[in-house]
Design a protein around this ligand. Structure first.
Ligand code: UT7
Length: 331
């Protein structure tokens, strides 16, 4: 049975840097609060109408394909994870396909928010193991900035999120350097604890424009509740991946968690008794980029030579849905 490996990586973030001090000019917040509660110092927010979620994903994908040494026509399936698509429909996968100029391969959109990249990676891994496809492009891309409540009312959510895109080419291999396992979970009873619920088919736009006070088209997050669930689920799903391969926390060369909040990553590090060199974080520079955060961080770690052949790399995510998951990779 073929196995799958990450053959190429790439990421793209918009040029426009928004610092915590910049945010103090538009809402009641401070660098101290944001740094202490989240670890974030700056994020990228698109300030150019030409950039879209699918275009940023395309830029990241071009880099990942180039890094893989393959040609774009070698890609035989596309998986695009985002909670901030260009259009209500069609999905962003086909838009990326058009922009990349890839032939008529299948394109699938994944709507699993912060876990979207792990879900995409898991789907790619299964398709490759089944022999159906050989080179799958997995993309995570988000433009949050346009949809945030940037008034003081929305500050607990809007200071966290940033825009960006990351991509991986997942290819068939016979080698032992491969994705060892992926683990996916969800708990729909908490679907509304972190959500944008309007407008959609339950609340068409005409129902909300009649009420000026209804701001539920902005993201809502029950921050404390999400935080408490995140730390538990991250730990569980990381151990699930380690146990599956009979590995221990000491065997982890690099852990990359979804960059939700630096305090969450630090808490996990402490619980798992990992050293600083076993964990990679870059939320300080980019904020929380949802489905893009893991591929951006993985690419940065890889480009910084923090990942060597034979290393055990663990990826883990938790977010809206709730959904969570992990992937254990031998590099
Ligand atoms: O990516 C998907 C998963 N997402 C997560 O995992 C995020 C999980 N949650 C969190 O990261 C944290 O809950 C937040 C960073 C969102 C919020 O941190 P917190 O420590 O839970 O703060 P809080 O919401 O309990 O608010 C504490 C105080 C409140 O003031 P009072 O009521 O104590 O007077 C807020 O009004 O901080 C206030 N506050 C702010 N102050 C300055 C909330 N946001 C801000 C802000 N600037 N941006």
């Amino acid at each position: 049975m073929p196995k799958s490996t990450i053959k190429g990586l790439g990421f793209y973030v918009p040029d426009n840097i928004v610092t915590n001090d910049d945010l103090t000019k538009i809402m009641d917040t401070s660098d101290e609060w944001i740094t202490e509660r989240t670890g974030i110092k700056e994020r990228r927010w698109v300030n150019n109408d030409k950039l879209s979620t699918s275009l940023m994903g395309t830029y990241a994908a071009e880099k990942a394909i180039s890094d893989s040494g393959l040609d774009k026509n070698d890609i035989d399936f596309i998986i695009f994870s985002t909670l901030s698509p260009d259009y209500y429909f069609p999905g962003s996968g086909v838009l990326l396909q058009k922009k990349l100029g890839i032939k008529e391969v299948g394109a699938l959109d994944v709507r699993n928010q912060c876990s979207g990249f792990i879900y995409g990676l898991s789907i790619a891994d299964q398709y490759i193991k089944s022999g159906m496809y050989k080179n799958i492009l997995v993309v995570g891309s988000e433009i949050h900035s346009g949809g945030l409540d940037k008034s003081s009312r929305g500050r607990s959510v809007s200071v966290i999120f940033g825009d960006g895109a990351g991509a991986a080419v997942v290819s068939a291999t016979d080698s032992d350097s491969c994705i060892l396992s992926t683990h996916l979970h969800s708990e729909g009873k908490f679907a509304e604890e972190l959500a944008v619920i309007k407008p959609a088919t339950t609340f068409w736009i005409d129902k909300i424009v009649k009420n000026d006070d209804d701001k539920s088209y902005f993201p809502y997050m029950n921050g404390n509740f999400v935080f408490k669930n995140a730390v538990v689920r991250f730990e569980q799903v990381i151990f699930e991946a380690l146990n599956y391969s009979n590995l221990k926390t000491e065997d982890i060369n690099l852990l990359i968690t979804h960059q939700a909040n630096l305090r969450i990553s630090q808490y996990i590090q402490k619980r798992l008794k990992l050293t600083d060199s076993q964990v990679f974080n870059n939320i300080m520079k980019y904020g929380n980029t949802t489905a893009a955060s893991i591929p951006i961080a993985l690419t940065e770690a890889y480009q910084s030579n923090l990942i060597k052949k034979g290393d055990i790399v663990v990826l883990a995510a938790f977010g809206s849905g709730f959904t969570w998951g992990s992937a254990l990779i031998k590099w």
